[in-house]
Design a protein around this ligand. Structure first.
Ligand SMILES: [Zn+2]
Length: 705
């Protein structure tokens, strides 16, 4: 560690210790449930129609396909996916079989984590329902919940993992010759808990929440310090879910009276902390990378770790892949399977929000800094390597990288939690980057085709109808359905304006209602108006995020640089305010009157981006962005794409095309072709690739003239 880096961390720890001493950054929701953001209504031209497509088309499409309404033979790649993962048809039938008492019957539809994917989709649906009531969707989900609850009721402990029950009933939690890393028992349980919390918040219904509580009680009884079992989730996600369950009952103690099962919320928090602390606490075998996955798995299935010579309370290591090589609080770099890694970091950050422990805060910060400063692609994507779907080493950012949609969602959730923990804008800069690019490209404009990998170059880009491992559509739905809740952050008695999305919102600030109206055509135009209507004059610090890209700083660690040199302007009731952000925000602290208006204008001129000299593969390359949108050149309107060299000395032009791709800004500029002639290049937003002509080629980084 360099001296200055250490100093930076030390300052951070001191700042956080100070804030905690005065209770500033404690979870506001936890202590003052009636003081905060109330319903956020989206009025946005960019997000509004998309949210409608996703809740009407995508949600039903994903549930239909989980019910088996598709043809696995539709394309050869899907067929081979299915052959690899078994006959993947009806996720809900698994629950019915368990409810009927079937065990070890050798029949289970889909991969072992299919239960978890269904729960994730219910969580996504819940967040849509909270904003857009929909009786038929609610009925549909209630039907699923009845089947899930019936399956749980068939086990005296409240255990539920349909794969383990139908295929390997003697291997609960992967013990006794099983393999937790494959079976996903704890992961599925965590996703169930998460769905239970979100569905309760959306509908006030407690059935799925009761299932979640019953399961959490059972896990708390089973897992923990000796004599309980030494179990950590081999796929993260449950850590944050259990903390959310704890927060729910802490915020709303009277809810316990509505439950037919006992609730002790402290246990759920303790279990989440046990999972976090207990990573790295194992017998250091098998050696996953040295032995190879197959040998290592066989070694575990043969129970080789269960030998008295290893002592009591032992378990095998889940390896770097599952962030289990060393204890979490000793991890300095973000490693292994990128979805697991980002979800573990999200859970760790949630715990840090709750406990304010400087070691948690420092670890979460180190992981984020490593991710954003060394391992994040220009689209916000993470997880460079296809093998084990994992993070690569620092500055390994190849254009054909893996970049799973799920990992992008995980990175977004991690950044959002970091913003909540630290109150700094840079985290939302990277949230916004990944949201508008790597996350949004994961779905077709029509809302019924999806991606798994999102490289920055492709010869043949295609979104699929369904997949043998359809993990990405549920993760996508979780992110976009919750996005409206990330527009504002109300914390420490201040309002953070984090995203520029048209909305009408009510804030309850010390029992004074304040209506907020944001209008903008962002990301196609940089003007944002925020009008404030308090029911009575009120003092409130409003903190406006000024994205770093708008100030010419493309990445907080200079992993990327841009040539943007245009001012940001900010006005209050027509009077200019100096734009000198602190921690990413300009704070306007005043007494607000009805109709006060903040006007922000961000420079949306298209800009050229280059990579740090540490990224060898980007040497001589250039990418294009406007605002938060990264652009891409497709072969269909750049016939000489493979041979084009961009001329970055010629300013680009941008224009809005209302009839193209539901209305986007297109960028044109100057390039040289193989014959040395000047030609015009055409770029469209990266998120919209593959919609004009599916199956085509595209590039994000281009050779520079
Ligand atoms: Zn995925």
């Amino acid at each position: 560690m360099t001296k200055s880096k250490f100093k930076g961390i030390l300052i951070k720890v001191l700042v956080v210790a100070f804030l905690l001493a005065f209770g500033s950054f404690k979870n506001q929701k936890a202590s003052k449930p009636k003081n905060g953001i109330e319903q956020v209504n989206i009025t946005d031209k960019f997000w509004g129609p998309k949210l409608q497509t996703w809740r009407k088309t995508t949600l039903n499409d994903v549930f239909d396909k989980f019910e088996g309404n598709y043809n696995p033979q539709i394309d050869p790649s899907l067929k081979s996916q299915f052959e690899r993962s078994g006959s993947t048809i009806n996720a809900f039938q698994n629950f019915d079989l368990v409810a009927q008492g079937k065990r070890g019957i050798g029949k289970h539809d889909g991969p072992p984590w299919y239960d978890g994917l269904v729960y994730e989709t219910i969580r996504g649906a819940s967040d849509f329902l909270a904003r857009y009531p929909d009786e038929s969707m609610e009925e549909r989900i209630d039907g699923y919940i009845d089947r899930i609850a019936a399956a749980q009721a068939n086990d005296p402990d409240g255990y539920l993992n349909t794969y383990t029950q139908l295929m390997e009933p003697d291997h609960r939690w992967g013990f006794n010759g099983g393999l937790l890393r494959f079976q996903h028992d704890v992961y599925n349980a965590g996703m169930l808990v998460d769905a239970g919390v979100h569905y309760y918040k959306a509908t006030g219904k407690t059935k799925l929440l009761e299932v979640s509580v019953k399961y959490s009680n059972y896990m708390y009884q089973e897992m923990g310090p000796a004599p309980k079992k030494n179990i950590v989730p081999a796929h993260s996600g449950p850590e944050e879910a259990l903390i959310k369950l704890y927060w729910l009952f802490k915020d709303e103690p009277s809810l316990k009276n509505k439950m037919s099962v006992s609730v002790n919320e402290d246990n759920y928090y303790d279990l989440a902390k046990f999972w976090l602390k207990n990573r790295g606490n194992h017998i250091s075998l098998p050696l996953w990378s040295a032995w190879g996955n197959e040998v290592a798995e066989q070694w575990i299935k043969e129970n080789k770790y269960d030998d008295p010579k290893y002592g009591n309370h032992v378990r095998p290591s889940w390896g770097d892949y599952a962030q289990d090589s060393i204890p979490v609080l000793e991890q300095k770099t973000i490693e292994g399977h990128a979805v697991r890694a980002t979800l573990l970091a999200t859970g760790l950050t949630a715990a840090a929000i709750e406990n304010g422990d400087p070691r948690y805060i420092q670890t979460a910060s180190s992981l984020w800094d490593n991710m954003a400063g060394h391992r994040m692609f220009i689209t916000g994507g993470v997880g460079a390597i296809a093998h084990d779907e994992k993070f690569g080493s620092d500055f390994f950012l190849p254009n054909d990288a893996y970049l799973e949609t799920c990992a992008a969602v995980g990175a977004g959730f991690f950044s959002q939690r970091m913003n909540q923990l630290m109150g700094e804008g840079k985290y939302m800069d990277e949230f916004e980057r990944v949201l508008y690019n790597n996350v949004l490209t994961g779905i077709s404009l029509a809302g019924d085709h999806y991606t798994y990998q999102n490289p920055l170059t492709s010869e043949h880009h295609n979104r699929w109808e369904w997949h043998g491992c359809p993990c990405c559509p549920p993760m996508f739905l979780k992110m976009v359905s919750e996005m409206p809740d990330f527009i504002y952050l109300y914390q420490s008695n201040a309002l953070y304006v984090n995203l520029f999305v048209g909305n009408e919102t009510v804030l309850n600030h010390n029992n004074i209602k304040i209506s907020l109206k944001m209008k903008t055509k962002y990301p196609w135009d940089g003007k944002v108006s925020l009008k404030v209507f308090p029911e009575t004059s009120v003092s409130l610090p409003i903190k406006i995020r000024i994205p770093n890209w708008a100030l010419g700083k493309e990445n907080p660690f200079d992993l990327y640089q841009s040539n943007l040199k245009m001012p940001v302007t900010l006005n209050l009731n027509g009077n200019s305010i100096e734009v000198e952000p602190k921690n990413g925000y300009v704070t306007i602290d005043r007494i607000w009157e009805k109709g006060d208006e903040i006007q922000l204008e961000l420079p949306m001129q298209p800009r050229f981006i280059t990579g740090s000299k540490d990224v060898k593969v980007l040497d001589g390359q250039v990418a294009i962005a406007s605002g938060p949108i990264v652009y891409s050149l497709e072969g269909n309107n750049n016939p000489e794409l493979a041979n084009l060299k961009i001329n970055p000395d010629v300013p680009m032009k941008m224009s809005f095309k209302p009839g193209l791709l539901e209305g986007v800004n297109v960028v044109t500029g100057s390039a040289t072709n193989a014959g040395g002639e000047n030609v015009t290049f055409n770029a469209i937003p990266y998120f919209a690739i593959g919609n004009i002509e599916p199956g085509g080629n595209y590039e994000v980084w281009m050779d520079k003239k």
